[in-house]
Design a binder for this molecule. Structure first.
Ligand code: FAQ
Length: 316
């Protein structure tokens, strides 16, 4: 990581005032602008975690490419998984503008010093999971990421615009897949319901811990990095998903899920937060497998990186 240029205390007060004024006006901080070190490290943490999620997130669905039930489904799934790789690349590039290289970020992921989304530590046990991931996981991702298009750091917000457009296609393809299965046999309908039952709670965990237990939300909101709290986005996702589930003909595994007329929102139960902590700490069903796979792919690609570097130097 590169260090920020040295500035005197007096300069720093002025720089901080200018930074605060940009945030106050809801304008953008750009890579060459001065920024407080904690703003920079918070962005590196969040953007890197987001980039790692996109790359690790290729694995659960990638598991089904060779077993897709038709050529059409295979082509769609291939394109979707490839899009996630693209999202990872935009996000690593955004992170590099903060003075940290992609090599360092990947090392931090593999060594367990940076996180990725808990959701990708759950297995994909049936083909319906491809549809459920598209509908609920990409759906949750959109809910979380549309506000990030207005995040205060320019390169992150601009990357999010394209990511969100693609995620919205992903969500629709997932919904279409499930709708097709729901028009099929009883066995297919049962497969969809079983998949939704497994993914509902982990999808709610994607928004992070409840606000009262979220150490980063307050400061990230004050800096305009996050535009909504974890609980606000979770509520939005539940409200958005309930009518979609009804149209699809599936239910969510939550007896507490009910429309609250007074609030104008759905009430719902809490995910198992102990399970969330376990998964984030590395103890989920697939954590070890996901990181081992990523480490193997990184090692296998070493010759490509070396060849590309040698080629670039020879060309210079
Ligand atoms: N998993 O204080 P907060 C996708 C950590 S979408 C793991 O609330 P913050 C698309 C958090 O890092 C998925 N860890 O933290 C796709 C912090 O630990 P730290 C990726 C989690 O940052 C679809 C601690 O808990 N999306 O990939 C999780 O203010 C299909 C305390 O939490 C993004 O990353 C979790 N679920 O809020 C791809 C969106 N939640 O870092 C393939 C951008 C929290 O201090 C297929 N990120 N933690 O050690 C964000 O919006 C935020 O970072 C939150 C967390 C909302 C995730």
């Amino acid at each position: 990581m590169t260090a920020s240029p040295q500035v005197s205390a007096g300069d720093e007060t002025e720089l901080l005032a200018a930074f605060d004024a940009v945030i106050e006006r809801h304008e953008r901080i750009e890579p060459r602008d001065w920024m407080p070190e904690r703003y920079r490290s918070t962005l590196v943490r969040q953007i890197a975690q987001h980039a790692h999620s996109e790359i690790i997130g290729m694995q659960p669905e990638g598991n089904w490419i060779a077993r897709a039930p038709s050529l059409r489904r295979k082509a769609i799934l291939l394109a979707k998984v490839q899009d996630e790789a693209g999202h990872g690349l935009y996000l690593y590039s955004a992170c590099e503008t903060l003075g940290v290289s992609r090599d360092e970020l990947t090392r931090m992921l593999i060594e367990g010093r940076q996180k990725y989304s808990s959701i990708f530590n759950y297995p994909t046990l049936s083909y319906a999971d491809v549809g459920t991931i598209g509908w609920l996981v990409d759906g949750a991702a959109i809910c979380n990421q549309v506000p990030l298009c207005r995040t205060s750091y320019g390169p992150y917000g601009r990357a999010m615009i394209r990511v969100c457009k693609e995620e919205s296609f992903h969500q629709r393809q997932g919904y279409e897949l499930l709708a097709t299965m729901m028009r099929g046999t009883d066995e297919q309908r049962a497969m969809v319901q079983e998949s939704v039952d497994r993914f509902w709670w982990p999808a709610l965990m994607m928004f992070g811990p409840p606000d009262a237990d979220s150490p980063n939300t307050e400061q990230s909101m004050a800096w305009g990095i996050k535009r909504d709290t974890n609980d606000e986005l979770r509520q939005k996702f539940v409200d958005m998903s309930v009518p979609q589930a009804k149209a699809l003909g599936v239910t969510f595994p939550d007896p507490a899920l009910v429309w609250d007329e007074d609030r104008g929102h759905h009430d719902f139960g809490q995910p198992d937060w102990d399970e969330f902590t376990q998964v984030v700490k590395g103890g989920g069903p697939c954590n070890a497998q996901r990181i081992a796979h990523r480490a193997r792919a990184w090692d296998d690609g070493a010759w490509v990186r070396e060849a590309a570097t040698a080629f670039a130097q020879a060309d210079a």
